[in-house]
Write a protein that binds this ligand. Structure first.
Ligand code: UT7
Length: 325
């Protein structure tokens, strides 16, 4: 089995920014409520006509440049997303074409906020077995396209963006351990009810606003804290490491209170946790990867550091990963 590491990173956040003050003019909310309950101050929104693949392509190009590779060096493209441009084909196919990555197989992964860690785990397997040499793993979302801008319970939470990593063989370190899980019994807590084969789009589904994200936040909050705590413990145990060995935790960015509750349970101090939720909101599949990319670019993750990724989301699904940078 080959060691597999992240050899290039990139991100793209759309130019348009929506602040809490902007939201105060749209729904019955306040900057104070959003900040204290979620930690979010602003989020990026894709422009009209800009699709998830457009964000993914920009992030992918940045990651390729960072890795010093050409599109034809990539054998595999995986895009984690729940807001594909269309039901099919995949965003990954659109990215493959836009990059002219003619040697790459390409597919999407749907695992919501844990999507990036799911995609990372899959790509790692292919490279460690020697099937592929270089993989592009992207988390990209245009959640603004499925956000109900009249629902204050949800519209203050989400944002758009994309992050990408290039994976390849490494001599030392790399991805040490991954842990994925699912509990489908609670899928009603967070979903988009219509638009699939169960409830195809109809006048009725549109009139009933069933193409937007529905969430029972309170219930999810408790499950998120418990699940992310356990996932972090399990993946570290698998890696033969303890929390003292971790230099930086990059969690899914759904709510800063969730993250701090997990940190408290695990005995982690704030300086070991990277957050971008204040300026990006919750970007589902794109959250963990953009936070990882930013932490690297800001020098908060350095060569030799041990990084813990810890995610939870709709499904319900979860994923954790330990990487030696
Ligand atoms: O991405 C992965 C999965 N997602 C999550 O894990 C998200 C988990 N959940 C959360 O982050 C939080 O539950 C929320 C941020 C969604 C909500 O925070 P909360 O502290 O759980 O609030 P709540 O839902 O219990 O609502 C408290 C009150 C309610 O008013 P009443 O019924 O107490 O009078 C809501 O109507 O806050 C009200 N409220 C708001 N008030 C002002 C809900 N949204 C807003 C808002 N502005 N935007």
């Amino acid at each position: 089995m080959k060691k597999v590491g992240i050899i290039g990173v990139g991100e793209y956040l759309p130019e348009k920014v929506l602040t809490n003050a902007d939201l105060e003019k749209m729904v019955d909310t306040s900057d104070e409520w959003i900040t204290t309950r979620t930690g979010i101050k602003k989020r990026h929104l894709a422009a009209k006509g800009q699709a998830t693949s457009d964000l993914a392509i920009r992030a992918a190009k940045a990651a390729l440049e960072d890795a010093g590779l050409k599109p034809e060096d990539i054998d595999l493209i995986i895009v984690a997303t729940i807001t594909a441009d269309m039901p099919f084909p995949s965003v990954a196919s659109i990215v493959q074409n836009a990059l002219s990555a003619r040697n790459a197989a390409a597919f999407d992964v749907s695992a919501a906020c844990a999507g990036f860690v799911y995609a990372l785990s899959i790509a790692r397997q292919f490279i460690s077995q020697g099937t592929y040499k270089h993989a592009l793993v992207i988390g990209a979302e245009k959640l603004s396209s499925v956000t109900d801008w009249k629902d204050r319970n949800t519209c203050v939470l989400f944002g758009d963006g994309a992050g990408a990593c290039v994976l390849g063989e490494t001599k030392s370190g790399g991805i040490i351990s991954t842990y994925l899980g699912c509990d489908g019994s609670n899928l009603g807590l967070l979903n988009i009810p219509a638009g699939g084969s169960r409830l195809p789009a109809s006048h009725e589904t549109v009139d009933n606003r069933m193409h937007y994200i529905k969430m029972q936040g309170n219930e999810l909050f408790k499950i998120a804290v418990k699940t992310m705590t356990e996932a972090a413990q399990i993946v570290l145990k698998q890696a033969g490491l303890s929390f003292k060995d971790v230099d930086m935790v990059v969690p899914h960015q759904a709510n800063s209170r969730i993250i701090m509750a997990v940190a408290k349970k695990l005995g982690l101090t704030e300086d070991k946790i990277y957050l971008n939720i204040d300026r990006c909101g919750n970007m589902s599949s794109a959250s963990t990867v953009t936070a990882l990319v930013e932490a690297v670019k800001e020098g908060k993750i350095k060569k030799g550091d041990r990084v813990l990724l810890d995610c939870f989301g709709a499904g319900l699904v979860w994923g954790a990963c330990v990487i030696e940078w």
